[in-house]
Design a protein around this ligand. Structure first.
Ligand code: G6Q
Length: 554
């Protein structure tokens, strides 16, 4: 279903006009005009409290954004996704990560086939396997129990599992070691195994296609390491399992497909952590914990599908992201979890958001005349406050921030001087949002007795937008809900920008380019190089540096 060019739509133009009025307004004015703003511009549902009152919007902005969403057929597009329509049109695929966390009672059809029984069959197999490993019933080749799990994958087959393991460490088996290898840089693998005993180590090779260079290279390195230590090719059967959609590739590698956990082409890599790609998560937190996480995702799925737009958390987040990106001209979004366990959450979101919405053509293939996906980045608070927050407070660019915090810590520690360290952490989160929004005027700075020459340096303009997301406590359930919030918000943005949020042709290109260059690097004699002069020179220089290092000349 094709829509008129976004910037020609009357709803877009109405927002442009409206921006002329609200753009120059300061958040100080907006708060002064409505004493209830900090309560009114919030939504609480499915365990999340979302405060968007510090965004540079008013009731008219929100109304106009919803009108734009309706004009772009957001409700219909949401339904099409849940129904299993092939909304990933450039790949001709359905987009059904929501099916991975739906209960058995639901029926979701892809080409007339109900996928729910398949989903639950794989979940059951994963649960049975996890139980065997966790209980010690699954033994390694020499009869020792498995104490180390190394998940090998990259991109969508890595970032979700890493993030989930870090986030849910408190719920994980502390007597087992979990590590993740993704980079084709051999250091990643070498450091992951250097202190491990192969007899107690299980490798999970995660690759949807089972053709990805990095993953297959690391998988071969793992097999060589494991077989060398255990002295028997047959040991592979007890130390390697695979997660893939490519049974042929898995068996060619030498893993028995009885030890393979499948998934489907309607699960995009970056949306796959709830599929068998999450096997390491299940091994770490157990099948019940994994199911709790899926239930958290599902709660947000239901909310997204049924809540009206004005109370719909992902819709609001997505529309505000469009507003900041296209009207406030903010090129980036900082994600700032005040929760150490979420330290890999920004990295995970970078792929989710930027691979999904880093597109320059519409579904019809027309080049857009507006900006699409912003750059997502971030670090946990309070660490970031001591480095890049300076630019967010006083730099020349607008950086909308998502603050994420919890009512309760998983590690209560008394703070020096009273209270809990967690109160100290949350005091920082709350104070940052306040300072960004309201700043400090020159008069306020003067009133503190600041010498005149320093007044401009100590003045904070404020009016810097942020959203604050609060939840009671980081649990598997709430982690699922939080991730689904971002997943769906990405989709909302993609619908407005009329792009395919579910393909990744840029990633495919990278996969091909390296294959040509590797042949030129490893050829015995320098091959005829036909790249640009810089690429040719880099290839020659690398070959020389390497050869000199090997021959001891360097
Ligand atoms: C994700 C991307 C990409 C992919 C990796 C790994 O949406 O497609 O990050 O996940 O390239 O691919 P394989 O799982 O096929 O190895």
């Amino acid at each position: 279903m094709s829509q008129p060019p976004l910037t020609t739509m009357p709803q877009w133009q109405a927002l442009r006009q409206h921006f002329a009025t609200i753009g120059p307004k300061h958040l100080r004015e907006l708060f002064a005009a409505d004493p209830q703003r900090g309560v009114r511009l919030t939504v609480e549902d499915v365990g999340l409290y979302l405060d968007y009152s510090k965004q540079r919007v008013d009731a008219d902005t929100l109304h106009l954004l919803r009108e734009l969403a309706e004009a772009c057929q957001l409700p219909q597009r949401i339904e099409a996704m849940f129904r299993g329509d092939k909304i990933n049109s450039t790949e001709g695929r359905a987009v059904l990560h929501v099916a991975l966390r739906a209960p058995t009672t639901e029926k979701i059809l892809v080409d007339g086939h109900d996928v729910e029984p398949d989903v639950h069959e794989v979940l059951e197999r994963m649960a049975a396997f996890s139980e065997r490993v966790r209980s010690g019933a699954w033994l390694g080749h020499t009869g020792r129990r498995i104490r180390n799990v190394i998940s090998i994958g990259i991109g969508g087959s890595d970032l979700g599992p890493v993030m989930a393991y870090e986030a849910l460490r408190d719920y994980s088996r502390r007597d087992m070691t979990f590590r993740f290898v993704s980079n084709v840089d051999g250091t990643d693998f070498a450091e992951a195994v250097r202190d491990l005993d192969a007899a107690e180590t299980l490798f999970i090779i995660c690759s949807k296609t089972f053709t990805t260079l990095e993953t297959l290279t690391n998988a071969h390195a793992a097999r060589a390491w494991s077989v060398a230590a255990l002295g028997d090719e047959k040991s592979v059967a007890k130390h390697f399992v695979a997660v893939s959609t490519n049974a042929e590739g898995v068996s060619k590698f030498g893993i028995d497909t009885a030890n393979m956990f499948g998934f489907w082409d309607w699960v995009g890599g970056r949306y796959s952590m709830d599929s068998s790609i999450g096997l390491s998560t299940m091994l770490a937190i157990g099948a019940d914990g994994f199911r709790e996480m899926l239930a958290g995702f599902h709660a947000m799925d239901e909310h997204f599908r049924h809540a009206p737009l004005e109370k719909n958390l992902p819709a609001l987040m997505g529309l505000l992201a469009v507003w900041n990106n296209n009207f406030l001209d903010a090129a980036t979004v900082a994600v700032l979890p005040y929760e150490q366990y979420l330290k890999r959450f920004p990295a995970y979101l970078q792929q989710l958001t930027m691979e999904s919405n880093g597109k320059h053509v519409t579904l019809d293939g027309k080049v857009v005349d507006y900006n699409t996906g912003p750059i997502y980045w971030g670090e946990p608070g309070t660490n970031g406050q001591h480095s890049f927050y300076q630019l967010i407070h006083q730099g020349t660019r607008i950086v909308p921030c998502d603050f994420i915090g919890f009512g309760q810590t998983l590690n209560p520690l008394p703070a020096q001087g009273g209270g809990d360290q967690h109160d100290l952490l949350m005091a920082n989160l709350i104070a940052q949002g306040e300072a960004l929004a309201f700043g400090k005027t020159a008069d306020e700075v003067r009133a503190e007795g600041t010498p005149e020459a320093l007044v401009p340096h100590r003045t904070f303009e404020g009016n810097r937008p942020s959203t604050t997301i609060l939840a009671a406590k980081l649990t598997p359930h709430i982690l699922g809900t939080l991730i689904a919030l971002y997943e769906h918000s990405v989709f909302v943005q993609g619908v407005i920008w009329d792009i395919d949020s579910f393909d990744q042709w840029g990633v495919e290109l990278g996969k091909q380019l390296a294959r040509t260059t590797i042949a030129e690097l490893v050829a015995a004699d320098e091959p005829k190089l036909a790249h640009d002069s810089s690429t040719n020179a880099l290839i020659r220089r690398y070959r020389q540096l390497r050869d000199d290092a090997i021959s001891g000349k360097a």
